[in-house]
Design a protein around this ligand. Structure first.
Ligand SMILES: *Cc1c(COP(=O)(O)O)cnc(C)c1O
Length: 203
């Protein structure tokens, strides 16, 4: 999957022309703006890979074919309700947090069975798999145990899709069974950092 966050709608079109059909975006609002600029791209599939705020559920259900970052029953039900309202079905994946990192979203592995049960009550979401973001490391081998753990969990739960691996650790992810790798930098180059604020008066 081509992760096009912080790149323009033009970059998405170019990647589409080059054969990409799966795209990952992190922010609902940012993608809404790009989506409005895009022509019809037949067969393109857009995945939300950033955290979903529940007040953006309706917009997300309209813009994305897959939301990979469901981590609570409440969020799944919100998305289900949004799908119901709009007559859309959204594919979802559960974001699982495998390491203790304060700043990260994602459910605990122990929460997965309950989320699977919730999905069976939701007729407008289709649960297909698991997603994870391991703690960042220079060394891709540091990610491997997390990938292996996610693959084991998915197998246990009978879920087929595994979204894991980014530019720096995608090979290890593929070796451990990834069905989606999420590649940004390696395809599009470095993302722009936020610009430092400039003063209103330039001298
Ligand atoms: C930005 C992002 C990626 C892509 O990361 P790269 O290192 O640029 O390949 C993948 N997954 C998630 C969840 C991201 O936020």
């Amino acid at each position: 999957m081509a992760v096009s966050k912080k790149f323009s709608s033009r970059a998405i079109e170019d990647a589409y022309s080059g054969g990409c059909r799966h795209f990952g975006e992190n922010y609902v609002q940012e993608f809404a703006e790009k989506h409005a600029e895009l022509p019809q791209l037949a067969g393109a599939h857009f995945h939300l890979i950033g955290h979903l705020q529940s007040n953006k559920s309706r917009l997300a259900a309209r813009l994305f074919q897959t939301v990979q970052t469901i981590d609570s029953p409440k969020l799944m039900k919100r998305l289900d309700a949004a799908g119901e309202e709009q007559g859309t079905r959204v594919e979802v994946m559960l974001e699982v947090k495998l390491a203790e990192e304060q700043s990260k979203t994602g459910c605990a592995p122990a929460d997965v069975p309950q989320l699977i049960a919730t999905a069976t009550e939701c007729s407008n979401v289709v649960l297909t798999g698991l997603m994870t973001i391991p703690p960042w490391s220079e060394d891709p081998e540091q990610s491997r145990p997390y990938f292996r753990q996610l693959a084991g969990l998915a197998r246990q739960c009978g879920l087929k899709q595994l979204s894991m691996g980014m530019s720096n650790d995608l090979e290890a992810a593929i070796e451990e069974g990834a069905t989606y790798i999420r590649v940004g930098t390696a395809l599009f180059g470095q993302r722009q950092r936020p610009k430092p604020k400039t003063s209103a008066v330039s001298l």
